[in-house]
Design a protein around this ligand. Structure first.
Ligand code: SAM
Length: 294
């Protein structure tokens, strides 16, 4: 580690800081602070942070992981919504000269602009112990808004991590798996039990790392249509693709067209979305577009 040695990351020092500032946990912000240094080391390792990296941390809390990140990286921008945490962060991060604290809702921050200002537009690494109530909008927002990214390493609910890395034919596979796997390759780096946090969350957690693709692994002629087809296919899980799609008239994909394309692709007419790969969804959608042009 290049910077000062982190002082937080254990129950005693966390309680001391919380008491010093009479901090009151806000349930609505999903505040569960990490108190286990082994888990923090694992996150830094999974994120593969070096002195070359600029890191954006979402939800620094009292600055526990921020200390670890600031010691390992070139710079860190830490975005925290809770105003009550700002004086605490200014205190716990005072020995680090490479941290910018931003008091904002991350969903309202222009992260492309931030990467431009802080890292000359070069891709950044995102690291976070995410607030679980907005995990999906945060992750999908990073990908869909094309924030320049090398990787995203985040603590999420274990069940969400399972869904994000699931493949076809498994119970966890769904629209979320396909949405994230269009942009990045997921890898679950660690499972983390509730006793590593204060207060303890009611669910198990996992650290998942996404390595961003430079180009999506499939070619979609219309990303919007691809994702609309994927969503419609999983809206009613046990439905066949032809029934799922015809239930969403706005898509304008009739049963006859679906059957024709599935035949051309050599797939069963009664196939369900849960059996289809990302490549097959992309090919199906591209063929729908080709039919419309005729
Ligand atoms: N990183 C700290 C740690 O590991 O101990 C805290 C993690 S805690 C699970 C989530 C943090 O995200 C809290 O500090 C919470 O206040 C913050 N947060 C919640 N919603 C947010 C939002 N919309 N924008 C920025 N930060 C948010």
């Amino acid at each position: 580690m290049a910077g000062p040695v982190p002082t937080l990351g254990n129950p005693q020092n966390t309680i001391e800081i919380l008491n010093k500032y009479r901090f009151v946990f806000q349930k609505k912000y999903g505040q569960n602070f990490l108190i286990d240094s082994h888990v923090l080391d694992k996150i830094i390792k999974a994120a593969d942070i070096t002195e070359e990296d600029y890191v954006v941390e979402i939800g620094p809390g009292i600055g526990t992981m921020t200390q670890y990140l600031a010691s390992a990286a070139k710079g860190v921008a830490a975005i925290e919504i809770d105003r009550a945490l700002i004086p605490i962060l200014e205190d716990t991060l005072k020995d680090y000269n490479n941290v910018t604290i931003i008091n904002e809702d991350v969903l309202k921050v222009d992260l492309r602009q931030l990467a431009l200002e802080k890292n000359g537009g070069k891709p950044v690494k995102i690291v976070a112990n995410l607030p679980y109530y907005i995990t999906t909008p945060i992750i999908m927002g990073l990908f869909e808004k094309h924030v320049p990214l090398l990787s995203v390493t985040v603590m999420v609910q274990k069940e969400v991590a399972d869904r994000m890395q699931a493949g076809p034919g498994t119970k966890d596979y769904g629209a979320l798996s396909l949405a994230v796997q269009y942009y990045a390759m997921p890898y679950v780096a660690a499972n983390v039990p509730p006793n590593c946090f204060m207060p303890r969350p009611g669910v198990g957690s996992a650290v998942i790392r996404f390595t961003a693709y430079e180009e999506p692994p499939v070619k979609a002629e219309d990303e919007g249509l691809l994702f609309a087809v994927i969503r419609a296919s999983f809206n009613q899980r046990r439905k066949t693709l032809q029934n799922g799609l015809s239930h969403v008239p706005e898509l304008g994909i009739s049963k006859d067209i679906t059957i024709q394309i599935l035949r051309e692709m050599g797939l069963s007419e009664s196939i369900r979305g849960e059996a289809m790969t990302l490549e097959q969804f992309a090919e199906f959608t591209n063929r729908v577009i080709a039919c419309r042009k005729i």
